[in-house]
Structures are given as C-alpha cells and as structure tokens.
Design a protein around this ligand. Structure first.
Ligand code: MN
Length: 198
C-alpha cells in the first residue's frame, strides 16, 4: 500500500495572516507531495510496504532516503493535523497537565520557542509525550522523536522550522513565525494525540 498525500481539512488561505496561502500551497502540493512520492519509491517492492509509517520510522539503522522522506511524510501529516483556522483554547484538563510538566502554559511555550528558534538550519521543534510525561525537543532535517527511539517518545505537536515553511512571509524572522504559530494550533487535536500516546 502506497502512502498518500493527505487532503487538508482547510483551504490554503485559511491560516492567513499567520501562515500565507502561497507558502501553504507550495508546502503541501510540492514539498509534502515530494516526500510522499520519494518514500513510496524507496519502499516499493520491500517488506516496508506492509508497515505503518510509525513502524518504519522506529526501525533501527534506516537508510538515509527512507529516513528523510519517511520523516518528511510523517512530520507534515502531523503538522497539517495540529493546525486550525479556528482559534482553539487549551482545555482545563490539558492545561493542568502542561502546568504539572512545565510550571505553566507560558513556560511551556517559552521552552518550545527556544527549541524552535535555536535549531540551527533546517528541522523541527516538538512537544512530545514520553509515556505521558510532556517534553520539548528539536530535531534536524526531517528527523523526529520516533526515530532511534528507545524512549517511546511520541510527538503530539510539531513546528516545521525549515525556511520553506516561513520564508515567503517572514524571511529571516523565524521568531515572528514561531509566535504566529500559537494562533493557529489546534489544541483539541494536540490533546487527542497526547491521550492516544498513554
Ligand atoms: Mn516542511
């Protein structure tokens, strides 16, 4: 079974003014489509065709092209899923879990922002569930916390900090893009992913 480029649940221009329509269109229809096609080519005719993307990413010693394109496929699926054009709030229940783990919601956001802003070059920042404990980390390229994971670290929120994700609107101002990201996070999806991880 080949992996499929998912359809977005919202229009390319739905996240404006925080993420612009042109960036969304190129990001989804070119970048994500490219990772999807290249992943399918790389696993064609192998036993990996029968596995889920999570199972593939958790395998040790993945060849570079499967690591990069499989990571790109999974990461962008997660990214579209945790974005929303409708402003959502962190529920009381999830807010108290965040507060238990970080001290407060704003401290969690501050730590996430630091991880996203300080990732050198291309990569991702993550909020992960490590058997229910929330943690923040960042990864280079299209890596993610499932890879090389003896920790069972499951990403529940991710931010793409490759320049292709923000350069048209923000140019070199990555911190402004990170700030804007909070306006379009779908917190109910993030909470569902967290609950599914434990
Ligand atoms: Mn991307």
């Amino acid at each position: 079974m080949a992996f499929k480029l998912p359809k977005l649940n919202y229009a390319y221009d739905a996240l404006e003014p925080y993420i612009d329509s042109r960036t969304m269109e190129i990001h989804h229809s070119k970048h994500h489509a490219g990772y999807t096609n290249n992943l399918n080519k790389a696993i064609e005719g192998t036993e990996l065709e029968t596995k889920t993307i999570e199972e593939i990413l958790m395998l040790p010693d993945l060849p570079g092209n499967i690591r990069n394109n499989g990571g790109g496929y999974f990461n962008h699926c997660l990214f579209w899923d945790i974005l929303s054009p409708n402003k959502t709030d962190i529920s009381k229940e999830f807010g108290s879990i965040i507060t238990e783990n970080f001290g407060s919601i704003s401290k969690m956001k501050e730590e996430f922002k630091t991880a996203a802003a300080s990732r050198f070059g291309s990569g991702w920042a993550w909020l992960c569930s490590n058997k229910g404990k929330l943690e923040i980390c960042s990864t280079p390229n299209q890596d993610n916390p499932l890879m090389d994971s003896q920790k069972n670290c499951i990403p529940v929120l991710g931010l793409d900090v490759w320049e292709h994700a923000y350069y048209l609107l923000y140019q070199n101002r990555r911190p402004d893009y990170i700030e804007a990201f909070w306006e379009v996070v779908n917190w109910s999806t993030v909470e569902s992913r967290y609950k599914a991880s434990i």
